[in-house]
Design a protein around this ligand. Structure first.
Ligand code: ZN
Length: 655
């Protein structure tokens, strides 16, 4: 008795790997100069056994979903497939890697450090997400979904423990880790941890601990001879309520680090801790999902919502604003100037700067009531009024829940803290199970973080009062969480009763402003010194290596942005297998690194030299034999013609 039609797919969304700011730390100097691991979109499409209703859940290796991404993806799907996929039954959730490209938003604050919009980032994400949903949908087959939960051993740490401890004691012991599976199709898990093991000094595009766990799980499930392009097992380590959760388990303070010897090692360790827990649950899960597939969705303007609290009082949300402690940064990032966490009062100096800026950036200056609304947060950036040259922050958000049998997936537009997430899950659980006395048994509620539209953080009211980094970044004011809790709760009754059409769609957000800033660098024609060809070796490999060594070769190269090589690779590590060269590793593999260096960029174009460095850290269990390194590039001439080329190292031995 198979319960559902299930389809899974994984597509490459890597995007530009050089000249692009990374999304997450908002650090102007964190501009990518190469590639460590490729980024993927992992799509899961589930339909009931009559194919009446279907939902699509996507977890992709990016900083977060943006409203622009979701609207573009849905627009494309509607054009091609009618009403099969809409904004209402598609959830797009980012893993929150801080080492992916930036520039895929329609709001200015998110594109400050990327110098505006980056078309290649957006295109790679949109194309790959659409393709993964379509591919998963084309592969629907009848199957079963099992669910389970488990504990990840030492996989994260709370980075704002002082705010967290303000929450009542009794709420602190639970979390759910859900794995759905049907051998051999796929596995989907939700576990909260910031993918910030790679810190802001990293300049190689990288999917951090979530992506590393996914590729390790997928590799484990791959059958001998099965290639990346074929029908393959898809394992997603999706993001949950990670707001105050750091993966730097050696310390929860502002200089958090660990647990490995360097950031690559730490990423691997935290990935393997998630992997171990997922493997255990995957093998032991017995509970089967059973019941309808459904979804419910509403757009809500968060700037003008109110909610009645338990004591009978009515409270409202505010237009967006960022507090002083936002500028102080947090455990996983870095702050600036004299800002510290926990600031509940502004300073005359910065308030003056703020008010001068507001006169320039806001059509209407923020009134006193606006600042009062955010109390006790001192507002540093009144983003809700900042609309020049276009809007700085979103105001309309998606409130959305998917249902697969007894599993409810609440897609939330930002980073819920541990406790805010638990309270929301508990409320939804109670609403579904207790109030409605459902026949299909106990519901399991998971939170899919960083979904659909990004609105920074969501803390509990207690945490908001402490005004640490997460609270200063809770943009719709002190009652943000209570309003969300009410909005999600209101959708549960119609969802469980199958009355989703009774719910009003709400105000539709705009796709994007026409005057979006585009000053980020774009790739130029490539130059070479006389007598040199693209792909020529500058410094070659050694003749012999032993496992554990790092092979390194440097080529005359070209800007990799001329061809993003989606679904392909910039490099190959090949081994001589009985006289024929066989590709063993690509640029997607953990053991390889692809670095691009442009020298003399201020000199005349003829003097610009572009180096490409390919490194391969030979795994300790690597087979002995003859190897070589290939570099695949594309160069552009003055009239814009792009020509592929290949460079090759000499042959070397691994003994
Ligand atoms: Zn974050």
């Amino acid at each position: 008795s198979d319960s559902y039609y299930i389809g899974v797919a994984r597509c490459d969304v890597t995007g530009p790997v050089v000249q692009v700011n990374m999304m997450g730390y908002a650090h102007p100097e964190q501009v990518a100069n190469g590639l460590h691991t490729r980024l993927y979109s992992r799509a899961f499409v589930v339909a009931d056994n009559q194919k009446q209703n279907r939902v699509a859940f996507v977890s992709f290796d990016g900083g977060m979903a943006s409203q622009l991404l979701k609207l573009e993806v849905v627009k494309r799907l509607k054009e091609k497939h009618g009403d099969i996929f809409t904004e209402r039954n598609v959830v797009i959730s980012g893993t929150h890697t801080h080492s992916g490209p930036a520039g895929f938003f329609q709001f200015l604050l998110f594109e400050m450090t990327s110098l505006g919009h980056v078309e290649q980032s957006t295109t790679a994400f949109v194309d790959g997400i659409v393709e993964s949903i379509e591919l998963a949908n084309s592969k629907l087959e009848l199957g079963r979904i099992k669910i389970g939960s488990g504990l990840v051993d030492n996989g994260n740490i709370n980075r704002s423990p002082t705010s967290y401890l303000l929450n009542p004691e009794a709420e602190r012991a639970r979390f759910v880790h859900v794995v759905t599976s049907r051998d051999p199709l796929g596995m989907l898990s939700w576990y909260p941890a910031h993918p910030t093991n790679m810190n802001f000094t990293n300049l190689l595009i990288n999917s951090d601990n979530k992506g590393r766990a996914s590729t390790l799980f997928e590799k484990m499930m791959r059958k001998p001879g099965e290639t990346l392009a074929g029908k393959e097992f898809v394992a997603a380590f999706a993001q949950a309520n990670l707001g105050d959760v750091s993966p730097r388990t050696n310390g929860p303070n502002c200089v958090g680090f660990g647990p490995g010897k360097d950031m690559f090692d730490s990423t691997d360790i935290i990935a393997r801790r998630q992997l171990d827990a997922a493997k255990l649950v995957y093998k032991s899960a017995t509970e089967r999902l059973d019941g309808p597939v459904d979804w419910i969705h509403q757009y809500v303007d968060m700037t003008q919502q109110s909610v009645q609290l338990d004591d009978g009082s009515t409270v409202t949300t505010c237009k967006p604003g960022m507090g002083y402690s936002f500028a102080a940064g947090c455990t996983d990032g870095a702050g600036a100037f004299n800002f510290v966490q926990g600031m509940t009062r502004g300073t005359p100096f910065w308030n003056t700067i703020r008010d001068i800026l507001a006169k320039i950036i806001c059509t209407v200056e923020p009134p006193r009531e606006y600042y009062n609304c955010h109390q006790p947060k001192p507002v540093l950036l009144p983003t809700g009024y900042m609309d020049k040259p276009y809007d700085w922050h979103p105001t309309i958000v998606d409130i959305q829940v998917l249902r697969i049998g007894q599993l409810l997936i609440a897609a939330v537009p930002g980073e819920y803290t541990t406790m805010a997430g638990r309270r929301l899950k508990e409320r939804l659980y109670n609403e579904a199970v207790i109030k409605l006395a459902c026949s299909s048994g106990a519901f399991q509620v998971v939170l899919a973080g960083l979904s659909n539209v990004y609105t920074h953080y969501i803390t509990t009211p207690e945490e908001y009062n402490a005004q640490r980094y997460e609270a200063a970044s809770t943009i719709f004011g002190p009652h943000t969480f209570q309003v969300y809790q009410q909005k999600y709760t209101d959708l549960i009754a119609p969802l469980v009763a199958g009355n989703k059409d009774d719910v009003d769609l709400g105000p539709t957000p705009d796709l994007k402003p026409a005057n979006q800033s585009r000053i980020a660098p774009v790739p130029h024609p490539d130059k070479l010194p006389p007598g040199i060809n693209f792909g020529d070796v500058i410094s070659d490999v050694n003749m012999t290596y032993t496992p554990g060594d790092t092979v390194k070769v440097t080529f005359h190269g070209a800007n990799p942005r001329h061809n993003m090589k989606l679904g392909s690779t910039y490099l190959e590590i090949q081994r001589d297998e009985h006289g024929s060269w066989t590709t063993i590793y690509t640029d997607a593999d953990w053991s390889t690194k692809f670095t691009w260096l442009e020298t003399n960029s201020s000199a005349p174009p003829a003097d610009i030299t572009i180096y490409v460095i390919i490194e391969w850290n030979i795994p300790t269990d690597e087979t002995a034999g003859s190897y070589r390194v290939l570099y695949h590039g594309d160069h552009m001439n003055e009239v814009g013609t792009i020509t592929p080329f290949t460079g090759m190292s000499r042959e070397f031995q691994v003994s």
